[in-house]
Design a protein around this ligand. Structure first.
Ligand SMILES: Nc1ncnc2c1ncn2[C@@H]1O[C@H](COP(=O)(O)OP(=O)(O)OP(=O)(O)O)[C@@H](O)[C@H]1O
Ligand SMILES: [Mg+2]
Length: 447
């Protein structure tokens, strides 16, 4: 495919980090790799840079002086949907990395970042981005194929509860880590139950702060608050006869919880600014990835509401707890995306089974999509799965023997990382003067 060859034009990269020495290091390194590099030291300057130019890739450090790097991802995704985004996080921030991926980052690297890894990750991400434009795999994977949950015992127990939920009408509370399929299971229960001819109404609690959630759920009368210019029906109205799915219920504010408990018990409510009592016969399903009993102990969630919600509790196990389901799930997603070879090579499956899957099924789908894009119709190998999980990688990629220069470069980088970018400390740790450190950084020659 012609578009895969090295482009004649330089690719524009924006590096965002508030540590000057790291910026210099990355910038110099990437320039030598043939990229046109721009740097930004804060969210504010990154926004200016992004407004002035379209970048092929953006590398973002999560910790910036004026906010969190993750805040930028949505903005970048809406202004340059095809840009590759690589997020850099601390070692103990796997959940943050997963969150970044969910916001649309293509890849993440954990600190300390090795320059060679940066180069590989950037190249892979740029490649995926360019392929994504031409391939339809991602659309195919996003289509709603038949669900497959796996056959492990732990998942079997969750599905048994889900079947009970299908046959009963009481409130269901679905818990589990991010990406395990809580939303998917909620819809499945609705679609297989007696209310499937009526609406499945989904509300994500974190999306509505304060009065907004109340207004969304109950509706409001014209003039009940400043922006209420019309009468508006609430989602409870829409869920009448059907299912109300409250996602991330752990985020519901305490001030709303007491009133909502009463609504669940009486199935009646009032629109904001109205006295008329309305009735809605909805079936309630809630989901959360928080530990609600712990939230109760911390005083952030009402105990009586929790009791009411978990009449039918369903805990979806993480993929780590059901490694035996990994091969079947992988085969399922491959079949769904029309992978043309009969099966995966055993070493690839082994590789996937030894991974910890912090992002669960969502991450699995993403990884498979990337791998299929990168393999361009050839048989999948472990190489097509590298990138996403640098830290937990079960197999290190073979590294070429190090040259003296590389060793020096590694030592400097490590010292800078350990000192949090502080050149004085880094120089001390390396046993050289600050001036020497700057000079060495300047003459750095990556292979
Ligand atoms: N059994 C399944 N079969 C096919 N796809 C699935 C299955 N379970 C989950 N998925 C897919 O995995 C992704 C994550 O699912 P879902 O959004 O339901 O997870 P979640 O537990 O609600 O995550 P979060 O806590 O982040 O909201 C979706 O793309 C969904 O389509
Ligand atoms: Mg969800």
């Amino acid at each position: 495919m012609r578009f895969l060859h090295a482009p004649a034009m330089k690719q524009d990269i924006l590096v965002i980090d508030d540590e000057q020495p790291i910026l210099e290091l990355f910038s110099k390194f990437l320039s030598r790799q043939g990229y046109a590099v721009e740097v930004a030291e804060s969210l504010a300057s990154a926004r200016t840079a992004l407004a002035n130019r379209e970048f092929h890739a953006v590398i973002i450090d999560q910790h910036l002086s004026d906010g969190k790097g993750i805040e930028l991802i949505d903005e970048i995704r809406s202004s340059s949907p095809t840009a590759a985004i690589v997020m850099i996080t601390g070692q103990a921030e796997v959940s943050l990395a997963v969150e970044a991926m969910q916001h649309g980052a293509d890849n993440f690297l954990t600190k300390p970042v090795r320059l060679n890894d940066l180069a590989v990750f950037l190249k892979k991400s740029l490649e995926v981005v360019s392929l994504r434009r031409f391939e339809k795999i991602s659309a195919r994977l996003k289509q709603r194929g038949p669900l497959f949950f796996g056959t492990s015992k732990v998942m079997g127990e969750a599905l048994e509860m889900a079947r009970v939920a299908v046959e009963n009408d009481g409130p269901v509370l679905i818990t589990g880590e991010t990406g395990v399929g809580k939303g998917v299971l909620a819809r499945w229960i609705h679609e297989n139950g007696g209310r499937n001819r009526a609406a499945f109404v989904e509300v994500s609690c974190p999306g509505f702060r304060g009065e907004l959630l109340r207004s969304e759920l109950y509706g409001h009368a014209k003039g009940s608050f400043t922006s209420a210019v019309h009468d508006q029906a609430g989602l409870l109205d829409a869920a009448d006869g059907g299912t109300l799915f409250l996602d991330e219920i752990g985020d519901m504010e305490l001030s709303i919880q007491a009133q909502f408990l009463k609504v669940i018990e009486d199935k009646t409510y009032r629109r904001m600014g109205e006295t008329k009592l309305r009735r809605s016969d909805f079936r309630l399903i809630c989901a959360t990835n928080r530990d609600l009993p712990a939230e109760v102990s911390a005083g952030r969630f009402r105990k009586d509401l929790l009791f009411r919600l978990q009449v039918l509790p369903i805990r979806i196990p993480s993929l780590r707890e059901r490694k035996e389901d990994v091969p079947e799930l992988v085969r399922h997603f491959l079949a769904e995306s029309n992978y043309q070879y009969r099966d995966l090579a055993p070493d690839v499956m082994q590789y996937l089974m030894s991974y910890s899957w912090p992002g669960n099924i969502r991450e699995m789908k993403n990884l498979i999509e990337r791998a299929l894009l990168l393999s361009r119709g050839t048989k999948l190998t472990t190489q097509h799965f590298t990138g996403l999980w640098q830290q937990q990688s079960p197999m290190e990629e073979p590294r070429p023997e190090k040259k003296l220069n590389d060793l020096e470069q590694d030592a400097i980088q490590k010292a800078l990382e350990q000192s949090g970018g502080n050149v004085v400390k880094a120089a001390k740790a390396l046993g050289i003067s600050q001036a020497t450190l700057y000079r060495r950084m300047k003459s750095l020659r990556p292979q």
